[in-house]
Design a protein around this ligand. Structure first.
Ligand code: ZN
Length: 57
């Protein structure tokens, strides 16, 4: 599991988020990721920060 600094809608600031790959969306065109805020545990689905840089197969 990795973490990224993302903007949290509840904290209203950039916080550390745990990044969770969605296994049901991993093969779709738009790979969604689940971000869970480490401050308030609020989870949200966002697209990856750098989709092109991470899809080097
Ligand atoms: Zn938060």
């Amino acid at each position: 599991m990795s973490t990224e600094k993302r903007f949290c809608d509840k904290c209203m600031q950039r916080t550390e988020h745990d990044v969770v790959e969605d296994p049901e969306a991993i093969y779709t065109y738009k790979r969604r990721r689940k971000y869970v805020c480490s401050q308030c545990k609020h989870s949200s689905f966002k697209r990856g920060l750098r989709p092109s840089a991470e899809s080097v197969y």
